[in-house]
Design a protein. Structure first.
Length: 336
């Protein structure tokens, strides 16, 4: 048995309606997935989308993956998350991250300064806002309060996950966050970062390792043939490289492939970008194959990484029907 989550698709506006994501979340709940996550690097607002899902589901958790730490002040993130938590009867998981410099500068029009310090302070301020009646915080980035909070949540706090990639950010995660959302990272590296960095932060803060959950976000392509699935996964990786993950992925020994894919994609040559993705990238960064192959690989991946949950990311080209088929294909390992 594997514990799975679903990262709902971004999709260009028009390709996925709000109702599409609501129906996919309902299907994930029926397939016994633990959490549906929603990003917002473009397309729909994650909190508003998840609010629609909250009223149509009963048990599945609702997570942001991710809300970046640059484009909303702590108070707005806290109010949005608390509102979603009240709508969902306490099912919200707040996933934070620095996103990428490309996204923050090009899409949001913000400067990408001191991302790790901003992340640490954001987590600290939010934890105070969720737990205290009055918040007062004097940091290097944020100066808040004293101010009455006024949230009416049914629980004292809310889990906060961090989408850390580098060693320092992973240590920060172990010290301050409730969970870790690694992405585009090989399984062995996830295990190493957890053992050497996450646990270092846990120890520094005198915390219990069980207090930090691990949920890798993994591109997952299920198709009738292995070749078709790998082609979908390859194209998704090419697009991810273009939005700024090439710098992160380049450190894992894939040669020039990440940078070449990013360069071709940004010039509009999608086919060349897809072809630039090497086989080891598909092997290490995705799960791609027939239903049986993907079920086996996801179970293996959870054991390899030591993850509490694997969050499957559908290929960018997947339609709502494709994702529903994927959920059906993977249900045998979530419900056994």
């Amino acid at each position: 048995m594997a514990q799975l989550d679903l990262l709902l698709p971004e999709g260009k506006i028009g390709n996925y309606t709000i109702q599409d994501t609501v129906e996919l979340a309902k299907a994930a709940e029926a397939a016994e997935f633990r959490t549906v996550w929603k990003g917002e690097s473009y397309s729909t607002n994650s909190f508003m989308n998840l609010s629609s899902i909250a009223t149509a589901t009963e048990t599945i958790n609702l997570g942001t993956a991710i809300t970046n730490v640059f484009t909303r002040p702590p108070a707005l993130i806290a109010m949005s998350a608390a509102t979603l938590d009240m709508l969902s009867d306490g099912r919200t998981v707040l996933g934070l991250g620095v996103s990428t410099e490309t996204v923050i500068k090009s899409w949001y029009g913000q400067s990408y300064e001191r991302p790790l310090r901003r992340t640490r302070e954001m987590i600290e301020v939010l934890q105070a806002m969720f737990a205290e009646e009055t918040v007062e915080y004097d940091g290097e980035i944020f100066d808040v309060g004293p101010y009455p909070v006024g949230f009416d949540m049914d629980r004292e706090t809310m889990p906060i996950y961090n989408a850390a990639m580098g060693p320092t950010n992973c240590r920060l995660t172990g010290e301050y966050a409730d969970g870790w959302l690694p992405v585009y990272t090989p399984p062995e590296t996830i295990r190493t970062l957890y053992e050497e960095e996450i646990l270092h932060g846990v120890e520094a803060a005198d915390r219990d390792p069980a207090d930090v959950s691990v949920t890798p976000l993994v591109t997952t392509s299920v198709a009738e043939t292995t070749a078709a699935a790998r082609t979908q996964a390859r194209r998704s990786l090419a697009q991810a490289m273009a939005v700024g993950y090439n710098g992160h992925v380049a450190q894992f020994g894939f040669g020039d492939a990440p940078d070449e894919a990013a360069a071709h994609w940004r010039k509009g040559n999608r086919d060349a970008a897809t072809a630039a993705i090497c086989d080891p990238m598909v092997d290490e960064l995705t799960v791609a194959g027939t239903p049986e192959e993907c079920r086996s690989r996801l179970q293996e991946l959870q054991e390899q990484t030591g993850a509490d949950t694997i969050s499957v990311m559908p290929p960018y080209t997947a339609t709502p029907a494709d994702i529903e088929s994927m959920l059906t294909a993977l249900e045998p390992i979530t419900s056994t």
